[in-house]
Structures are given as structure tokens and as C-alpha cells.
Design a binder for this molecule. Sequence first.
Ligand code: FES
Ligand SMILES: [Fe+2]
Length: 455
Amino acid sequence: MALATNEIDELVSLERGEVDRRIYSDQAIFELEMERIFARAWLFLCHESQIREPGDFFQSVMGRDNVLVVRQRDGSIRAMLNTCAHRGNAVCRAEEGNARSFLCTYHGWSYGIDGRLNGVPGLNTFYNGNLDKSRHGLAQVGQVATYKGFIFGTHDISAPPLEEYLGATGRLGLDLIAERGDMETVPGIQKFIIECNWKIAVDNLFDWYHPQISHASAFEPNVLPSLGETRDGGKIDMSGVNMQSGANLELSGGGIIGSKFETVVVLGEYGHAISGPSTSSPGYFDVAPGWRERPQAQGALGPVGIRVAGHPNIFPNTWVTTGMPQISLRIPRDPGHTEIWWFTFMDRNTPRETRDFMISFANRIFGPAGLLEQDDGENWAQATAQTRGVASRRMKHLLNMGLGRGRIIKEGGLARVETLTSEYAQLWTYNSWAQWMKGLDWNELKNATTPGHCI
Ligand code: FES
Ligand SMILES: [Fe+2]
């Protein structure tokens, strides 16, 4: 289905701060997302530290295409589709490892680590030698590039170079991990599926309105470590909230929760955005503090970046968490299922004890055993389910908090809003989503997703 431009414009209203619920359940819209967003955007594949040696590979996902990211003998990196050129079987079943070749288990075609077709059983007897092997290698991903160790790929050979695509906002998002030291991925990528639409998982990462309610049960019994205090000394502003349970939400020990800390919202081209507490906010904490004082980090982050402690999203689906350095992919499986992947990063020189604490901290917050992720996943699944009912889906999703009051300050290539809790970053993401869905060319898309003066 090709949606007309005016139909797409009706799905997201930047002026009213409303989103049509059909975008979370409509199969035709999902298929269009695969073509116009996931087959064009630069997508995070993995980190260089995961494939250090020749033959090391990591199996990643671009839209619904499985790809093998492979370190070559000359040190370069290739990414190729994990589908046999004969009749489509996967040529690799492992999620990661080291390979000297890839052998298809169906009829035995074998490929080099560069994707070249090397062996075809019965080439002379069955094919009479009549098969041009040079034309039937594994299909290569359109473009592959790295930024400070983070490997990205795009299916679109006409996409702008990675650094240009990331822009100042996307680069800052990755710098918030890269500049913490000599970073490597902790072995073991967590993978699990939540019954939600991928965009509901994405917009939640900017949502600093929900933690005080959704995550009250995680913070109240001090299951999580003390995370600092809100500006009110730990008291959360509950005005306007009708809690039937009467639960005590004066969270002892505070937390990174509450709607009263200052946030910095950065809006970038192509739909990248960052939203979260400022480092000067009393609610802010770092699991491994001090890294921002490194001269190298200060130089790379710049005066605005050094204050940004929030959650960057590299459009469409790469979430960088910064308190604890992690990347989460929200991989669309179908309109109602999203596979979540968690990569955890650590400075190679981190002392053992700190390393163990950080890993356990990460596991207790996000991932399948994470307290916050379980709270969030329930909300996302219910919100997705209620986009399917004929009557329910006539209602809009509201993203109109502070609408029209966000004055955008442009400085150092970044466009930012300084505010209390808002829904600007979510709205920016949906507005950009709509521009992508129109199938604009790259110049038009960049112009249509360049922030103005107000949101
Ligand atoms: S499908 Fe791979 S060899 Fe036939
Ligand atoms: Fe949450």
C-alpha cells in the first residue's frame, strides 16, 4: 500500500500533538515502514570489539533482513545478507562466533567470509559446469561504516555518509558512550520479545513523565540503589494524580524520577533526539561518575553535550542509555511484536569489582529481568493492544504536553529546548517518522526534519 502524502500528514499532527493509533497496528503501515524507514536508514549493527579477529562475525538485523557482520582478513568490515543465493536458507545459524567459511545446510553451497561463493556440490555433474559462481555470492549490505567503534549499515547506496546522517545529535548520543574510555561490549547480548509496537517502545525512552508512576514499585522498597534526590529532596510532585491505592509515593532515597528536574531536549535532523535530565539537575546520577571530567570527553562533548545526561535515540530504533552505558535496539517483528536487544559497554580497564557491580546494576534495571523493563513492557503491550479495537483506535495518542512553548535554542550544531518534563522529543520522533513515510529524497527529508524555532 502506498499512502498518499496527505493521508500520512493526517496520521501525525505536530500542531495538535496527536498521533493516529492506526500507526501501531496497521499491517500496511508496517510494511511501508520496512520499505521507507528500515530499508533506507543507517541502522546500528554491533560494536567493533565484538568482531576483533578475522572471521569473527555477529549476526544482526536490518528491518527483517538478517545480516552477518564479519571482520575480514585485511581488517575491514563487511555486512552481508544471511540468505543463501541458491534458495534462501540461512548460511549461518549462530548468533556470533568465528568462521572460516559459511556453509549452507540445505544443498551445501559454501561461501568465504567475504561472501564470495566458493563451493557448489555437483558443479560439474549436475550443473555441467554451467554456473557463474562470481554472480551468486551473498548479497552485500549497501553501505557499512563505523563511528568511534559503533558499526552501522544501510541498504540504501544513496544514503548520506554515516557521520552526516548522525549529525551533531546522533554523534553526541554515541559520544556519551564512546568518550567514557576504551569501550568494549560486555559478552552476551540480551534478546527478548515484547508484545508491543516498536514505536511505543521508542517513544517511551524519552518519557520522563511515567517513572514516578510506572516504576514506583521498583523504587519504593529500595530494590534499586539510592539514585540521588529530586529537586524536592525526594518528594515527587503527585498533584493531579488520583491514586486509588493511596500508595505512598514519597520515595525514600529519591531516584532519577519525578517530573521536576531540568531536562535538556535536543532535536536533530532525520529524527534523532535526546531527552533527559541535565547533569546539573539534582536528580542526575552516573553509575560510573567522573568520566565527564576527562579533558578528552569535555572536548568531544562540548559545552551543551557535557550537560546532557538523557536518553538519545538514533532514528529509528537505536536507544543509547547514558547513566549506565548501554544500547538497546527495538527491532520490529510485526505491528504487535518488538524484539529488544541490549548491548552493555564497559571501559576495558574497569576494575573487576566495579565491572561486576555495573553488570548487575544493568541487569536489575533493563533486560528481561530488569525491574524497569518489566514495568514498561506491560504498559507498552496494553497500549498496543488498545490500538486494535474499532472504537479504541478512533482515539488519538496525545503528545501535547507543553505544546508550542518549547523555544528552540540553536548552538554548536545542536538544537535544544531547556524545560521541565515535556513530550517534545516524542513528538519530534513522530513528526520525523511521518516525513520518512512520505518517501522523500534525502535532501527533502533532511529539510523536512530540520528543527525550526519552536515546538
Ligand atoms: S539453499 Fe543454500 S545450497 Fe540450496
Ligand atoms: Fe520506564
